[in-house]
Ligand binder design. Sequence first.
Ligand SMILES: Cc1cc2nc3c(=O)[nH]c(=O)nc-3n(C[C@H](O)[C@H](O)[C@H](O)COP(=O)(O)OP(=O)(O)OC[C@H]3O[C@@H](n4cnc5c(N)ncnc54)[C@H](O)[C@@H]3O)c2cc1C
Length: 447
Amino acid sequence: MVESVRVAVIGSGPAGLYSAEALVKQSGGNVRVDVLDRLPTPYGLVRYGVAPDHTSIKSIARYLQRVLEDGAVRFLGCVELGVDLTRDDLLSCYDAVVYATGAMVDRRLGVPGEDLPGSVAATDFVNWYCGHPDAADHEFDLSVADVAVIGVGNVAVDVVRILAKTADELRATDVPQHALDALAASRVRRVHLIGRRGPAQAKFTTKEARELGQLPAAEIYLDPADLDADPADAELAEADRHVRGNLKVLAGWTAEPAGDRPRRIDVRFWRSPVEILGADRVEGLRLERTRPDGAGRVVGTGEYETLPAGMVLRSVGYQSVPLQGVPFDDRASVIPNDGGRVLGADGAPVPREYVAGWIKRGPSGVVGTNKSDAAETVANLLADLDKDPSPAPARTPDEVFAERGLEPVTYDGWLALDAAEAALARTLSRGDRVKLGHWQAMRDACS
Ligand SMILES: Cc1cc2nc3c(=O)[nH]c(=O)nc-3n(C[C@H](O)[C@H](O)[C@H](O)COP(=O)(O)OP(=O)(O)OC[C@H]3O[C@@H](n4cnc5c(N)ncnc54)[C@H](O)[C@@H]3O)c2cc1C
């Protein structure tokens, strides 16, 4: 087994923390791990993606916390690779580096009108209601009556649910107070959930769909014609439990609602956005009807319709961004790798550099998927170091941080912020935590 080595993990989301855990466990305690994050807070999308009303999934943070409390692991917040430190800095003071920086940029629709005010990436809206400090100053015009959400994955469903819930239903969650106040003042009456393909291709999980149909303040409707449009669905449902479950839930939404609740969700399949309309800001969404082509894809029918919409939220996928100096596959938006070993331009592994999580395999899977993914990366990393130990690093990480004038937020700093958020929740009589969503307030709380 490798002698004591020092590894940097960049990113403290699930992939980074599962990597740190695997490094400690698989090495038999011979590795010291620094987990660096650009934020003062650990847990990545568990804190800033998983919806605030999904508290049981958020509790994964309690498991990940144990990783940070291992004596061999240090958390170092407010250190951004590419801004505060370079790749060369890392390679000069660590034996190996694992990149686990996730995928936090939205994909675009590529239609006219996409840059109008009121056309919004779901990423930004999610960041805002999750209290991500980069989104603290974002403003969304919730005085509009109709909102269109494009995409039929779990993130789109999260966004629809947050828009359709009342502020009272969200009060006990950790949504920052400025976002809760804005949601409380929302005049949104109708939310359209729009899919380019059919119900059998919807990516959302059956559990998320079921939850959407059970909101006390919102009724839900799906045109039965949308549900029955593809004769191939019955066969797909027979073969696939996920499809079967989704179709069963969707079939429960086809009765015209009574109209006696404050909000309404309209689910629309077989519609492709072709233009976001409006002079100075979003006023509507032009859609082309689609139909199955018989080969598992859809084609446009040449029939168009216009939805009134004061806000259009796109949720058609996430992608990673390149890290300064690190190989990147622009097409797949991942770091090219073989089992987590970073590959250079010649296709050969680059010594001492590894990758885990969404930036390794793309934005797919649930939190737990990152555990086996990280275990694979770490097994390869340790095997490589065992076979070919790295030369002793020229400097220690702390020397490099000092040289760069960095004072990383420590785990104790994060605990102080954690306590400040719990105290704020008590002051506001709101649940277990209310997030501090501004950089300065977060930094102050850490110190
Ligand atoms: C909106 C949303 C909701 C989701 N809901 C669920 C759910 O309910 N259940 C579920 O199982 N899964 C859910 N997921 C999926 C789950 O969150 C991901 O599988 C998981 O977070 C991916 O882990 P990761 O570590 O690769 O990336 P991330 O969680 O994104 O972590 C990456 C970390 O890297 C840091 N970082 C980025 N760039 C740098 C840099 N240059 N320098 C230093 N640090 C950097 C970031 O600050 C972040 O902390 C959701 C995803 C999204 C987007």
